[in-house]
Write a protein that binds this ligand. Structure first.
Ligand code: P5A
Length: 450
């Protein structure tokens, strides 16, 4: 992409309404624009990152054997009356009436809708296990939408639902989700720690939230510092193996780690004092096992091996895809702007032309641009007639992990400069070397965007 032809409305000033750094930087980097309280338009740069996160989520869900689909945002109130949640959900639910006077709602979650699909089409245990998921906009009329996309009213969620014959099978689905979530967050450059939590309006008492530690997080968390030493890495996992998935669950959840809703002071005090931590975290996902809560209420049964109808065991599993942008920025920025992890960066490298209009510099930039694209990378070429300082500030603000600086002086010696956004370190090298180096850096990190 050439910056002269892109739409990147960066702001010079700090927007007054933004209280936390991720909100401020998303506005300043021209990623989002508030449409109404808690409702945002996703401008091209924000949309590009959102799509990359979405694609990582898809890849990891499909790797775990889960099946993608798409359900609507508007739902019928009748389904929610069947589960009993229409009245329970309260004011957070946006209720709408159509021209025929039918009660509808903008879905805050989809347990009812998916259970209805399941009961209409599945009647035998032979079709199980099954996990369906989608990534779709949700609406929750939060009393205090704030912090930008972090606590929106309209937000983008991946929600998945497992259907199993037995509790044991459903717990395997739960563990499978835990593993796939660990992989997902790590690919986004995040450490998200599973912590025992509360079921809230979704239900069930077996649930973990995934928390990214951050001072601006809305949840208070209590944990054994050893949990921060764990990482899933690139180990191989067989998602069908009950033992392997169970082992990962045990490894990642056996130490004390709880949100304030389930915090138990006596248990916490059993953690050696020097490892006890009280901190704040951003909830980027939650997994639930709730048994037959919805299947019994809504008559979602299958015939078991003896031909007897039994309600299926279910769980649901969510990732806050739009919130993740905020969480990643909270975890990765400095006073100049965002620092995108390689796995999610909107563009892989910025090209800064120090002397736009200089024949040699322009030609070198064009060649670099073409070479990066041919290698499957997405460069952002700042080809505007701006001062170098302004170009650098924009690149730093929008946070591309690598920058190639091209100027007449370097070109005389046959070199350009490759700079790391994270360390600030620069290295001079011939342009072809820079391309090679970037290709190597992004090996295994290439995610399709738009
Ligand atoms: C699990 C999937 C559920 O709704 N039903 C379907 C279950 N869980 S949840 O924890 O309530 O939400 C899942 C994730 O969505 C994100 N989230 C939000 N993101 C932005 N703004 C909000 N107002 C908001 N509310 C929830 C969180 O990341 C949460 O973990």
């Amino acid at each position: 992409m050439r910056l002269s032809r892109y739409f990147l409305p960066v702001l010079k000033e700090n927007p007054a309404e933004a209280q936390i750094v991720s909100h401020r930087l998303m506005l300043r980097a021209g990623m989002i624009k508030q449409a109404q309280a808690g409702i945002y338009s996703w401008l091209p740069l924000g949309f590009k990152v959102l799509r990359k996160l979405e694609n990582i989520v898809h890849e990891e869900q499909m790797r775990a054997g889960h099946i993608p689909m798409l359900m609507p945002t508007l739902q019928s109130a009748d389904l929610w009356r069947e589960s009993g949640r229409y009245d329970d959900y309260g004011e957070e639910m946006l209720r709408i009436t159509d021209r025929h006077g039918r009660d509808m709602l903008y879905g805050p979650t989809n347990e009812e809708l998916i259970t209805d699909i399941f009961r209409s089409h599945v009647s035998s245990y032979k079709d199980l296990p099954m996990t369906l998921y989608h990534i779709q906009w949700k609406f929750r009329d939060e009393i205090r939408p704030r912090f930008g996309v972090m606590r929106g009213r309209e937000f983008y969620m991946k929600d998945g639902y497992n259907f199993d014959l037995t509790k044991e099978d459903a717990l395997h689905a739960y563990n499978r989700h835990l593993v796939s979530y660990l992989r997902t967050y790590e690919r986004m450059g995040l450490q998200a720690i599973p912590m025992r939590a509360d079921g809230g309006p979704i239900g069930g008492d077996y649930t973990h939230e995934f928390l990214v530690l951050a001072e601006t997080g809305e949840s208070e968390v209590f944990y054994d510092s050893e949990v921060t030493d764990l990482s899933f890495g690139d180990r191989a996992i067989d998602y069908d193996s009950v033992e392997q998935c169970q082992a990962v669950l045990e490894e990642f959840t056996s130490r004390y780690a709880r949100t304030d809703e389930t915090h138990d002071e006596a248990l916490f005090n059993e953690v050696p004092e020097d490892r006890r931590r009280v901190a704040r975290g951003i909830e980027v996902g939650q997994i639930f096992y709730f048994g037959t809560k919805y299947s019994e209420a809504m008559g979602a049964t299958v015939q078991d091996r003896d031909g007897k109808p039994v309600p299926v065991h279910m769980g649901s599993h969510g990732i806050g895809v739009s919130r993740l942008l905020g969480a990643i920025i909270e975890a990765s920025h400095d006073d100049k702007g965002i620092i995108w992890p390689e796995g999610v960066t909107p563009f892989h490298a910025g090209i800064v032309n120090l002397k736009q209009g200089d024949e040699e510099a322009d030609a070198a930039c064009e060649t670099l641009y073409a070479a990066l694209e041919a290698a499957g990378l997405e460069p952002l070429y700042d080809d505007r007639n701006e001062r170098a300082g302004g170009k650098f500030a924009t690149m730093d603000l929008i946070g591309l992990p690598w920058r190639i600086t091209v100027g007449p002086r370097g070109l005389k010696n046959g070199v350009v400069e490759l700079t790391s956004r994270r360390t600030g370190e620069s290295e001079e090298m011939p342009p072809e070397e820079a391309v090679k180096k970037l290709v190597k850096i992004y090996e295994g990190h290439l995610v399709k965007g738009l």
